[in-house]
Structures are given as structure tokens and as C-alpha cells.
Design a protein around this ligand. Structure first.
Ligand code: ATP
Length: 457
């Protein structure tokens, strides 16, 4: 829909049980969201579709579910602990965050070494040289803050004994530390990938825009371990596979684009985002990164374990390159909510809000509706039959038209209505969400009919 706003999506989500503000009865807790009965089904279906495509259907990918709390040394190896000290400033105008030392170095074209400057010196340099925000051109900076990107907690029963522990800010370290375990137990040969879906936590300075940037979110990602000579090829394949996946789920081609990075981390060989045209503009949906041998080399250095792979045919020993593909489950859920939302003008002059989800990710596949309350016994029988196969809703309150609208608003692809003929001949009316067409089917044929329509290939 052209004039879609984030407010419309937020309102629908709150009113229809997709997503509620976190801890709402206490006035909320900024940038946390709770998935409700409909939203949890939607997000689970998205995660299942991702796992099916990238793990179940790929003989070279193996899943793990690693611990959120990891040995703190992991975060030294990853570089997250060292980056604690980075001096960060926010542009008050566009809310973008920058490293003050990078602003100074870029402005001076490298002639000033900002590394050794104190915060006061950095701030004074930025003021004197009138360094503007590289994003919006504004000149309205916050003071420098040393910002900690990781949430810190502690273990141990007594505060005094407490050891600092971090909530993971990314899931991928769980794959790197299990590289040897997975390779040994599966006897996988390079190239192979380790995949994971799990929660990450980031103390974001500028969270917001509903599910787009939160402080707690789920990532679906995989790390492909490969030999250097095939790595660029594999990187390009993942760009295409990542794009195809979101298109297959329902994101429209005209709302998607690649964004290749010009600036790369010093170890990276290539990096690309897929961007989606959200109501807030074009923004990153997922990332594909060529991370060279950086991650395994760092873990070898910090753990003292040999992270080399031994080629079983040639006996060659080497540290594999890593291609990372990572997508936020919540951010993708938001994109799919935006894409699915539609307000249709009907012939009778009414407007209906309808969520055109791909049936495979629709929260409920079918809703069972008795035409009148005295048909509820038969309707519950049908519900009991269908709910063994699919996530089903049941609704006997209000006019049939209103009940259809409610299901349209949560994107249920089929409604099954039980009427008096059902008692006579065992047939029901099945209504399709998008076309609103209705056909008559025998109850015995329902499971087969619906199963074929909701497949995700
Ligand atoms: P961004 O530039 O948006 O901060 P990033 O480059 O830090 O993202 P990655 O670390 O590559 O992101 O994470 C991979 C994916 O995880 C992102 O493409 C996005 O879908 C999701 N993601 C990252 N941070 C958040 C967040 N704070 N809230 C929701 N999803 C997130």
C-alpha cells in the first residue's frame, strides 16, 4: 500500500494481537515488544520457513542452538569488549550515532591521529572545525559517551563474587565456537555451514521504529565455512538465495534492493545488505558478509585451540573463510506485516483491511465459523478435526460478515462456515481471503485442500 504509515501497522498489531508494548501495565519498557497470540504464530512460521529453506533443504548446513551466556573471552576474541571504549556521539537532528575519533580522522583526511586524543580534545576539535553530521549535514551533537553495546549481567550468588557476563549481542559466535564440534560429529566437508536462530541483545543508542530496531531481537543466520578460492562465488550465491527467500515469502521485488558496502571492516572482503522499502524508507533487512579467516583465526588466538580444517583428500590444513548470512526475525516480520497490509474498497462501498500473507506464514490457516450458535456442536467437531493438522481459529460471535473481516485483518487464508446443509450432507462453505470466493466442499476433503494451498517451497 502506497501511503502506509508505521502507526497503522502498530495499531493493527496492538488491536489484533500481533504485538503488544512490553510490560504495558507498568507503563511499558521502551523498545521492548511482546508478541501476542497471532504474532507469535506469524514469527514462528517465518522462522520455520527460514529453517526449512536454509537447513532442512540444504545437505551442507547443520543447525545448532548455542547458549546465550558465553565465556566472556568469546567477546574479547570477537572484538566486542575492546570496542566498549569507543567514544560515541549522536547527531541530535537525525539520531545517527558516530565515533568521534572517526569523525575527526575523516575530516582531517587522516592527518590527525585521534586515537590518542581525550574526549575533551575530540569535542573541542569537532566544535572548532565545525564537523557536521555525515548523514544529515546537521551540527547538533550530544556530548561524547563511552557506550557499551553489550548488556552486562553477573554470575555467582553473592554480589561480591560476581563475575561479569554478557548477553550475546550476536548469535554467530555460537557457531564459530562450535566449528570443531560440528565438523567432527557430522564429518562435514568444507564447504559447509552452521545455522542458528536465537535471541541477541544490543544496548542500541537509537532504538525505535517499532520492531525495526529493538534492544532484544532474534537473528536467523548461518556461517558458511569455505576455501578461499570458492569464497567469492559462495558469497554471491548467498546474496541471490537471501533475496529469493524474502521474495518467496511475499516481499515485492520493487521494494527490495542490494546495497553493496563501500567501506569494509579491515578483515572483510565484501559486504552487502538487502534493503527493504519500509514506511520509514529504504533500510537494511539482512546482511551478507565475506569475513575472510578473521573469526576462526581470532578464536584460535584467544582459545589456544587449533581451528584448522584438515582436507581429508589432500591433507591440506587451513583456516576456512567465512561467509555470513544474517537476518533479523523481528525485522523480517515487520517487513512482511508492511507488505501484507492492504485497505480494499469493496463494491458495497465498505473498506476492508486485509493482510495478504503468504498462506505458509499466516498465523491461522483456517477459521471455523458456525453460521448460528445452534450449529456450534458440528462446528467444534470440524475445529477438532482441522486443528490436529493446522493452527485454527474458532469464532461464533457476531455476524458472519464481521467475523470474515476479523479473519481478513489477521490474514487467515481460509474460513470454513458450517450451516444447516452441513448437517444434511457433510459439506461446508470455504471462503478464500484474497478473492473472497466461496466454494462448497465435503468435510473429508478439507485437510487435503488446505494442505496443498499453504505449502512453502
Ligand atoms: P544495523 O545496521 O541495522 O544496526 P547491523 O549491520 O548491526 O544492523 P548485523 O549485526 O549484521 O546488523 O545483524 C544482522 C541482522 O540482524 C540485521 O540485518 C537486522 O535484520 C537484525 N538486527 C540487527 N540489529 C537489530 C536490532 N537492534 N533490532 C532488530 N533487528 C536487528
Amino acid at each position: 500500500m502506497n501511503n502506509l504509515t508505521m502507526d497503522k501497522i502498530v495499531n493493527l498489531c496492538k488491536n489484533r494481537g500481533f504485538v503488544f508494548p512490553g510490560s504495558e501495565i507498568y507503563g511499558g519498557f521502551a523498545n521492548t515488544w511482546d508478541f501476542g497470540p497471532v504474532g507469535v504464530e506469524l514469527k514462528n512460521n517465518i522462522k520455520r520457513a527460514w529453517w526449512k529453506r536454509f537447513v532442512q533443504e540444504d545437505p551442507n548446513t547443520y543447525g545448532v542452538d548455542a547458549a546465550i551466556l558465553m565465556n566472556p573471552k568469546v567477546w574479547e576474541a570477537s572484538g566486542h569488549v575492546a570496542s566498549f571504549g569507543d567514544p560515541k556521539m549522536d547527531c541530535k537532528k537525525c539520531k545517527q550515532r558516530f565515533r568521534a575519533d572517526t569523525l575527526v580522522e575523516n575530516h582531517s583526511k587522516g592527518s590527525v591521529s585521534a586515537e590518542a586524543m581525550s574526549n575533551e580534545e575530540l569535542e573541542s576539535y569537532i566544535q572548532t572545525h565545525h564537523i557536521c553530521c555525515p548523514h544529515c549535514g546537521g551540527f547538533d551533537w550530544t556530548a561524547i559517551r563511552k557506550f557499551n553495546p553489550m548488556f552486562i549481567t553477573s554470575r555467582g550468588t553473592l554480589e561480591a563474587d560476581a563475575d561479569k557476563v554478557y548477553l550475546r549481542p550476536e548469535t554467530c559466535q555460537g557457531e564459530y565456537v562450535n566449528f570443531l564440534n560440528v565438523q567432527r560429529t557430522t564429518r562435514a566437508k568444507v564447504p559447509f555451514a552452521i545455522a542458528q536462530i536465537g535471541k541477541s541483545f544490543r544496548n542500541e543508542i537509537t532504538p525505535g521504529n517499532f520492531l525495526f530496531r529493538t534492544i532484544e531481537f532474534e537473528q536467523m543466520e548461518l556461517q558458511m565455512f569455505c576455501k578461499e578460492d570458492s569464497s567469492m562465488n559462495i558469497y554471491n550465491q548467498y546474496k541471490e538465495r537471501a533475496l529469493q527467500f524474502v521474495k518467496d515469502l511475499g516481499l515485492k521485488e520493487e521494494n527490495l534492493r542490494f546495497h553493496d558496502h563501500d567501506k569494509l571492516a579491515h578483515y572483510a572482503k565484501a559486504a552487502c545488505d538487502i534493503q527493504y522499502n519500509f514506511p520509514i524508507g529504504w533500510q537494511e533487512l539482512n546482511g551478507i558478509h565475506h569475513r575472510s579467516t578473521w573469526d576462526l583465526s581470532r578464536h584460535q588466538e584467544f582459545s589456544g585451540k587449533n581451528m584448522q580444517y584438515v582436507d581429508p583428500f589432500t591433507n591440506e590444513k587451513y583456516i576456512p573463510n567465512v561467509i555470513e548470512y544474517s537476518i533479523g526475525a523481528d525485522r523480517l516480520t515487520l517487513a512482511l506485516l508492511c507488505q501484507a497490509y492492504d485497505e480494499e474498497s469493496l463494491e458495497n462501498g465498505e473498506t476492508r483491511v486485509v493482510m495478504h500473507f503468504h498462506p505458509a506464514i499466516a498465523p491461522y490457516k483456517v477459521c471455523v465459523l458456525p453460521l448460528q450458535k445452534n450449529l456450534s456442536e458440528k462446528a467444534k467437531e470440524v475445529y477438532s478435526l482441522l486443528s490436529k493438522e493446522f493452527m485454527c481459529d474458532y469464532d461464533e460471535a457476531g455476524s458472519i460478515g464481521k467475523r470474515y473481516r476479523r479473519q481478513d485483518e489477521i490474514g487467515t487464508p481460509f474460513c470454513v462456515t458450517i450451516d444447516f446443509d452441513t448437517l444434511e450432507n457433510n459439506t461446508v462453505t470455504i471462503r478464500e481471503r484474497d478473492s473472497m470466493e466461496q466454494i462448497r466442499l465435503n468435510i473429508n476433503d478439507l485437510i487435503d485442500f488446505i494442505s496443498k494451498k499453504i505449502k512453502f517451497n
